[in-house]
Structure formats: C-alpha cells, structure tokens
Design a protein around this ligand. Structure first.
Ligand SMILES: Cc1ncc(COP(=O)(O)O)c(C=O)c1O
Length: 270
C-alpha cells in the first residue's frame, strides 16, 4: 500500500486496520460495550461476542475454544507461555531449550529465568538460519520441561520445520518418560502458514503463542492446551479471561478487550 506517496513495506511490523474489521468492531465501542464478566444483558451481549470470537479462532487452530486465552500481544503471549510453563513444571525440571535467534520476547524471558536458577540451552542455527530437529532432540535432557522454537523468524524470514521439531520433542519426551512442553512463537506465521495444531503434528502438549496483525487490530491470542494444571497467572486479579479454567488472570486482558477480540476474530486474515 502507499501512504502519502510512500510505499509501505513493513507489514510484518504492523498493518493498517482492514475497513471490514473496523466495521465489525464499531458496534462494540458504541452498542455492545458491556463488561463480558457481568451478568446483565449488556454484559452478556459482549460475552456472546467473545465466545463467538473464541469459536472462530479455535476453528483456525483446530483446538478447543476453551483452550484459547486472548492476550494483548505477542510479548505477553510469549511471556505467559514461557514463565507459565517453566513455573508449572518446575518441580519436575529446570531446563529450557530455545534458539539463539528468537524474538526478544522469548530470549529475555529465558534470560530472566536463568537469573532465577533455570538452565537454558540456546541452539545455534544452521547456515540457512534454520533450527535443526536433531539439534533440539540432542539438547533435551532429563531436566528439560520446555522447548521454545519460533515458527517464522521476524528478521530473516526463515520458517522452521515445526512439525519435525515437534516430533523430536515428543520422541525424546517419550524416551525420557517426562512431560516436555513444546511452545512455538507463531507471531510471524499467521496469515501465511498453517496454524492447525493437528496438521503441525503436535500433540496436546503444545503452546502456540501469538498471531500477527494482518488487517486486524494489532493483537494476538495465546492458546494453552495442556495438562491438568494451569500455568501460574502473571498478573493477579479476579478471574476474567481465564474464568474458563483458571483462578486468576493469566494476562492483562480487561473488560474492554471485547472490541479488540471481536475485530481480530472477524479479520479475514485468518
Ligand atoms: C516473532 C515475534 N515474536 C514476538 C513479537 C512481539 O509481539 P508484540 O510486539 O505484539 O509484543 C514479535 C513482534 O513483531 C515478533 O515478530
């Protein structure tokens, strides 16, 4: 697109709002503005919109609607996933495998966890900038609880073989008889690559974080499927977004998010 004579080529950074999305969102600013956690009819209308959005996004990801937690962005999703999983599984291990070319939302989360006593293996990429599944397999040990490898790289555009990496994680986890969660930062993949978790060959122990903003509001969601225990909430308050299965907020979504979430779900980019 052009902006006053400038050719804008940074859609991987952010995009303008698609008019169709804007149109879909407007009623939630003016008519259906209720707090989705409220029991009154105005709130329930907003709740309906959220539920509908959740269903639509679940269709894209091929997961259950209740496995989706909407967040404010990729950084929040990555942080919630990494800190949440590392904390939830801390009793079983303290080792994380990632790559040296992850986005700062992942790298800085891992570095913080290192300062708290976790061990992190930062895998190098090959000559083409790819993370090799065998390297992931070899890095996993009997203390590993989390593997986090990005889907599409935001700097050089490489696309990692996520389903192959998922297979390596699963194989190693079975050999070691342990729960190892595989997380992928999929922020740059949405709109271009399949986000179908079954097609990606991942089992229920995956966390997919992030969705980029092709024509939707800048904003993302996080899905957390998984095992019996919900990761520790990053931000404590009364239950809202995590009401489906959590006892406190995972992230910072508030009452006003219906607008963003509805816009996102209606965005045609999915
Ligand atoms: C691969 C990747 N991960 C995470 C993020 C962080 O997303 P956000 O800016 O929404 O916090 C970005 C941002 O572009 C990204 O490209």
């Amino acid at each position: 697109m052009t902006v006053e004579g400038t050719v804008y080529l940074d859609h991987a950074g952010t995009t303008p709002l698609d008019p169709k999305v804007l149109e879909a969102m407007v009623p939630y600013f003016t008519q259906h503005f209720g707090n989705p956690s409220s029991l009154h009819s105005v709130g329930q209308e907003a709740r309906y919109a959220l539920d509908e959005a959740r269903e639509r996004v679940a269709g894209v990801l091929n997961c259950r609607p209740r496995e989706i937690v909407f967040t404010a962005g990729g950084t929040e999703s990555d942080n919630a996933a990494i800190h949440g999983v590392a904390t939830a599984l801390h009793e079983t291990g303290n080792h994380i495998v990632t790559s040296s070319v992850e986005h700062h939302a992942v790298l800085h989360s891992c570095q913080y966890l290192e300062s708290q006593g976790f061990e992190v293996t930062y895998l190098s990429v090959d000559a083409d900038g790819m993370v090799q599944p065998e390297a992931v397999y070899n890095a996993i040990n009997e203390r590993t609880t989390l593997v986090t490898i990005m889907y599409g790289n935001n700097e050089i555009g490489t696309i990692n073989p996520i389903s192959e990496i998922a297979k390596s994680v699963k194989k190693r986890a079975e050999e070691l008889s342990r729960t190892i969660v595989f997380h992928t930062d999929a922020v740059q993949a949405a709109g271009y690559l399949s986000l179908d978790v079954a097609e990606l060959g991942v089992d229920s122990k995956i966390v997919v974080a992030g969705i980029l903003m092709m024509g939707g509001m800048t904003g993302y969601f996080l899905i957390l499927t998984i095992w019996k225990r919900r990761p520790e909430a990053l931000i404590k308050t009364r239950p809202q977004e995590t009401h489906v299965s959590g006892d406190s907020k995972l992230v910072t979504e508030d009452e006003h998010s219906t607008i963003t979430v509805s816009g996102k779900s209606l965005a045609e980019f999915l």
